[in-house]
Design a binder for this molecule. Structure first.
Ligand code: SF4
Length: 413
């Protein structure tokens, strides 16, 4: 839970998780649906899924015994990579093995003036070697947590607190800054400036040194390290999504949600019926594509003109810049969906929020409710109470039509 999210956010999720599944055996019996519901909002849903798969594997194939070394953890459990394996083995089982996460990368690169791209295999392998050598043999878990905490609280990315750092006397980046200051003052007073030593080299074919094209920048000080390769731009994606709404018992709105496939992005989560769009598609075309999609899926004739455009909702996944083009479609009757196509269900607003839905879908519902609030009588709409509903051909912003209303054959003038 903590790998991508802050502690403050995680506490509540963690407590609820541990209350519900206090043992591996309990987690092994949970359904993916339950796991997704509890994980909803944390992002990276495959992590919750893999955690549950790992619990199942331990219970059913490993006789309930967790693997205890980093090698076995990584080899035997789904979702356990090098970092997670090292953290579990050292913290839970006392194995003298190192960990390398973003914080450790920063600390070690500064301690050793490693200026090559910190995501390159040569640098990563070297950092793991260093972490495995450095780790305290008698208290590996404490040591690893201390190293990560040092990066999180003292050796921070932008303004590290070098003066308070407990390892400053071992830090080559800091030494280099001090030397530069000494050189500058000697120069100022006309004294001879010594030749830089090998620690300051930055030349030659060393796979750990800063590349010749990006030499040390005096203005950056210790934050010259670590160096990162330019970040890959996230993929841009557009999806049309439709909030299908009906009046449930007591007149409260209900929404139709469908389940996503069990693999890929947001696997197994629930969402409003959605359709990925080709880039550059005009609004009219995307509306038609969505209407066709809904028609194929529901078996009902759906006219593009009846879809009401709510607006756009942007959600940033780690590697995707996703825009949802949100439409709504109010229904005045029940709709039976073919269960062979994809699981679907009607939910109240409360049930929607308790379901395994992504944060992006919660934003979509919020946009829909905001629009409804703005267009309802007394909140900006000029439509008078009791005014007659118009036919499909006279759809206008702020007017909701029932599915039957806009499917009705047009009357002759
Ligand atoms: Fe980081 Fe500064 Fe400590 Fe070096 S002295 S490890 S740069 S905080």
């Amino acid at each position: 839970m903590l790998q991508q999210t802050q502690v403050a956010t995680v506490i509540d999720y963690y407590n609820r998780w541990m209350q519900k599944w206090p043992t591996l055996q309990a987690l092994a019996q949970a359904s993916l649906e339950e796991v997704n519901e509890l994980w909803a909002g944390l992002g990276y849903y495959s992590r919750g899924k893999r955690l549950q798969e790992a619990a199942r594997k331990v219970v059913s194939e490993l006789a309930g015994r967790m693997p205890r070394t980093a090698e076995d953890l990584q080899k035997l459990l789904p979702g356990v990579g090098r970092y997670t394996a090292g953290a579990i083995a050292s913290i839970s089982y006392g194995q003298a093995t190192g960990v390398v996460d973003g914080n450790v990368i920063r600390v070690l690169c500064r301690l050793r003036c490693i200026g090559a791209d910190s995501s390159s295999p040569a640098v990563i392998d070297r950092l793991w070697d260093m972490a495995n050598v450095l780790v305290d043999r008698s208290r590996p878990g404490d040591f690893n947590q201390a190293l990560m905490e040092l990066g999180a609280t003292v050796c921070v990315p932008k303004a590290p607190l070098c003066g308070e750092c407990p390892v400053k006397q071992h830090c080559r980046a800091r030494r280099r800054v001090e030397k530069e200051l000494a050189f500058a003052s000697q120069k100022l007073f006309g004294k001879p400036v010594p030749v830089p030593d090998v620690e300051d080299c930055g030349v030659g074919g060393c796979p750990l040194c800063p590349p010749a094209t990006e030499p040390w920048d005096s203005s950056l000080g210790v934050t010259n390290f670590p160096r990162k390769a330019a970040k890959k731009q996230p993929r841009v994606a557009r999806t049309a999504t439709c909030v299908l709404e009906r009046r449930g018992c007591h007149g409260a709105p209900e929404y139709l949600i469908v389940q996503r496939p069990s693999s890929g992005l947001l696997a197994g989560l629930w969402e409003f019926p959605s359709l990925p769009l080709a880039q550059g598609l005009q609004e009219e075309k995307q509306r038609e594509a969505l209407a066709d999609h809904l028609q194929a899926w529901t078996g009902w004739p759906v006219a593009a003109a009846g879809l009401r455009l709510i607006g756009e909702v942007v959600h940033i996944f780690s590697h995707i810049h996703q825009t949802y083009v949100v439409y709504s479609l109010p229904l005045d009757g029940d709709m039976t969906l073919d269960p062979a196509l994809s699981p679907s269900r009607w939910v109240t607003e409360e049930e929607f929020h308790a379901s395994a839905v992504s944060t992006a879908m919660k934003k979509v519902l919020k946009a829909h409710e905001k629009q409804r609030g703005e267009s309802s009588p007394g909140k900006g709409s000029k439509r008078k109470r009791g005014a007659k509903q118009q036919g499909a051909s006279s759809t206008r912003p702020g007017t909701q039509l029932s599915l039957r209303a806009f499917l009705r054959a047009p009357t002759s003038p």
